[in-house]
Design a protein around this ligand. Sequence first.
Ligand code: DAT
Ligand code: MG
Length: 149
Amino acid sequence: MERTFIAIKPDGVQRKLVSEIIGRFEKKGFKLVGLKLMKVSKELAEQHYGVHKERPFFPGLVEFITSSPVVAIVLEGDGVVASARKIIGATNPLASEPGTIRGDFGVNIGRNIIHGSDAVETAQSEIALWFKDEELVSWDPTMTAWIYE
Ligand code: DAT
Ligand code: MG
């Protein structure tokens, strides 16, 4: 079963959007398999956003993501990587559709509330970066038969 990595960024935590955001993924039918509140180190931030290290916004992005706690999440479900990206919305909240998390709650690209892995392979490396194996929980929600035929 596919897994994705989600992070509720410092702005989402400070703005008390954690329950709203987790609730959207739960209600969709995705399964929580990893969940923790954490302060992000500079090293972790730089690794996570490594693909952007030459971009002008990189120092500010690392500064922001390490500035205040983040909620790190692993979700599991059919097609969860692409579906979570749709639920999250476009990178720039002003361009995100209403009904998406960024579209409903954000304005500024540098304060876009949430991260979601952009592909299955990225998800695998991000999950390994953020979570130890023993922090991921395999379990069988009793609702599964009402979500999958
Ligand atoms: P996404 O988070 O939608 O995958 P991304 O991987 O292109 O977007 O960029 C990572 C984060 O970097 C993004 O969520 C916010 C920040 N960012 C991207 N482009 C930016 C820009 N032009 N100015 C400021 N921050 C930017
Ligand atoms: Mg990205």
